[in-house]
Design a protein around this ligand. Structure first.
Ligand SMILES: NC(=O)c1ccc[n+]([C@@H]2O[C@H](COP(=O)([O-])OP(=O)(O)OC[C@H]3O[C@@H](n4cnc5c(N)ncnc54)[C@H](OP(=O)(O)O)[C@@H]3O)[C@@H](O)[C@H]2O)c1
Length: 274
């Protein structure tokens, strides 16, 4: 038996000639109006910036995250700036069991009847440590929050995504998802898994109204980045708002037809460009 290689759609140069196009994407006003998009990690960092950007474009956003107080801050900002009333979805991806996932599905079904977009952005770093010293519970927690929970949430929401005329799932990857880097342990492995999950899902979704892609944000000024690089000059990092354009593109109508792709939200550093 011959193994079939995933045949996900690859962008052709004529379609999106340059990743810079994705990075500089400027949506038309209300480009996402009428879409219901669930964003994980919506209370902080990149997730919050993507949630606010989606709401500015008219999307109704499901704000999913661990800390209710942070989600409420995102909620208030959206309402204050005239965005559609979001949904508060406090949810702990580390501890949630089948009952919580079922309740989430049922609540979204009751409230919206469908989901048009799912942005997996929540994540944890765990510890930076060599493999022979890597703490086992930390390994399991990072793999669960970053990878298994994304699988569980996707699986839970697929029936609602199938009710959309144009559903987009976006996973958040990392520079250490494509080439393992010493000491990045479970985080790096979880992001390799994230890319794999995206590709499997994209292949299974070919010919359907669901698409799946992933984005590597690159270095961004957030709590996670500070945890990973406490001594670096934070002024050299971009703000989370600077990496939202590719999320908007893939989660909106203009990303239609793109499936199984992975993109960088920022250009590679000069050394890597050589
Ligand atoms: N920042 C970077 O330079 C960078 C680079 C490459 C990739 N990334 C990726 O980008 C994504 C966002 O990272 P970030 O830098 O914005 O990190 P962040 O500021 O630390 O935000 C992480 C978000 O994930 C949520 N979260 C963590 N554990 C959770 C749980 N158990 N249940 C529900 N939500 C949980 C957090 O909620 P609470 O605040 O309530 O805990 C927070 O909203 C991550 O997937 C990360 O791997 C970031």
């Amino acid at each position: 038996m011959t193994a079939r290689r995933p045949n996900c759609r690859r962008l052709k140069s004529a379609e999106l000639t340059d990743p810079q196009q994705l990075r500089n994407y400027q949506p038309a006003p209300n480009s996402h109006q009428g879409r219901v998009v669930i964003v994980t990690g919506a209370g902080d960092g990149i997730g919050q910036a993507v949630a606010l950007a989606l709401a500015r474009q008219g999307a109704t956003v499901g704000l999913l995250g661990r800390t209710l107080r942070k989600l409420e801050r995102s909620y208030d900002q959206i309402v204050k700036t005239g965005g559609p009333k979001p949904a508060l979805l406090p949810f702990n991806l580390e501890t949630a069991g089948a009952a919580e996932y079922d309740s989430l599905h049922d609540a979204l079904d009751r409230e919206f009847g469908r989901v048009d977009g799912l942005a997996h952005i929540a994540g944890i770093l765990g510890a930076l440590s060599p493999i022979d010293h890597y703490d086992v519970p930390t390994w399991c927690k990072v793999l669960h929050v970053n990878l298994t929970a994304a699988f569980l949430l996707t699986r839970t929401l697929l029936p609602l995504l199938r009710r959309s005329g144009d559903a987009s799932i976006v996973f958040t990857s990392s520079g250490v998802a494509r080439r393992g880097r010493a000491y990045w342990g479970a985080y790096s492995v979880s992001k390799f898994g994230t890319e794999g999950l995206m590709q499997v899902l994209a292949h299974e979704s070919e010919g359907t109204r669901i698409r799946a892609n992933s984005l590597n944000p690159g270095p961004v000024r957030t709590a996670m980045r500070l945890q990973a690089f406490p001594a670096e000059d934070r002024n050299r990092l971009v703000e989370p708002a600077a990496v939202t354009a590719p999320y908007l593109f893939l989660l909106g109508p203009e990303g239609r037809g793109i499936n199984g792709m992975t993109f960088d939200c920022q250009p590679p550093p000069p050394a890597a460009q050589a």
